[in-house]
Ligand binder design. Structure first.
Ligand SMILES: C[S@@+](CC[C@H](N)C(=O)[O-])C[C@H]1O[C@@H](n2cnc3c(N)ncnc32)[C@H](O)[C@@H]1O
Length: 159
């Protein structure tokens, strides 16, 4: 399976970089993993609604340019569907069964995902009602994708 994770902005924090590198390494035996970073737009505190829409639109266009036409897109969104780790594993397994070998996860920038990206998404996945910083969300997602492969392969993982 080809898994791409598209995020907005450069990863700066060392502790997150280390965690992401670790899970990239752990995922390698299970999937072809690609981490795509698209440039972010400056988003100071005091933006009007129109300016915020413009930031999300520009970032959204960059995200969409990274998505192949035949990819199954899972957008991370607070208002999306919550799944257990076992359900995520079953979901990825059924995508593979039905020949969907390209899965793209997308994570929004500090203002979230533009409506056009959410429209392109085949699914919206929520990790809870809480808001996580996007780079931390990337690390948590990678751990859950790794866990999903361990579950699929009936390999031991921490409950
Ligand atoms: C800082 S959050 C953006 C917050 C923005 N106010 C919103 O409502 O989307 C950045 C990105 O991280 C992801 N994210 C944050 N918390 C999440 C959660 N609980 N479940 C799923 N995705 C989440 C989403 O992709 C979001 O666009």
């Amino acid at each position: 399976m080809n898994i791409t994770i598209v995020t907005v902005g450069k990863l700066k924090e060392k502790y997150l970089k280390m965690g992401i590198e670790e899970y990239e390494k752990r995922l390698r035996p299970y999937a072809k993993i690609q981490l795509a970073e698209v440039p972010d737009e400056k988003a100071p505190e005091q933006l009007s609604d129109a300016e915020m829409e413009m930031v999300k639109k520009k970032e959204g266009e960059r995200i969409l340019s990274k998505i192949p036409a035949d990819a199954h897109v899972i957008a991370l969104a607070i208002e999306g569907k919550q799944r257990s780790s076992e359900e995520l594993a079953a979901n990825l397994e059924s995508l593979m069964t039905y020949g969907k070998s390209k899965v793209v996860f997308v994570i929004g920038g500090s203002l979230g995902l533009h409506a056009d990206v959410l429209k392109r998404a085949d699914e919206k996945l929520s990790f809870s009602k809480m808001t996580f910083p996007h780079q931390l969300m990337k690390l948590v997602l990678m751990e859950q994708v790794y866990r999903a492969f361990r579950i699929m392969k009936n390999e031991p993982y921490h409950k």
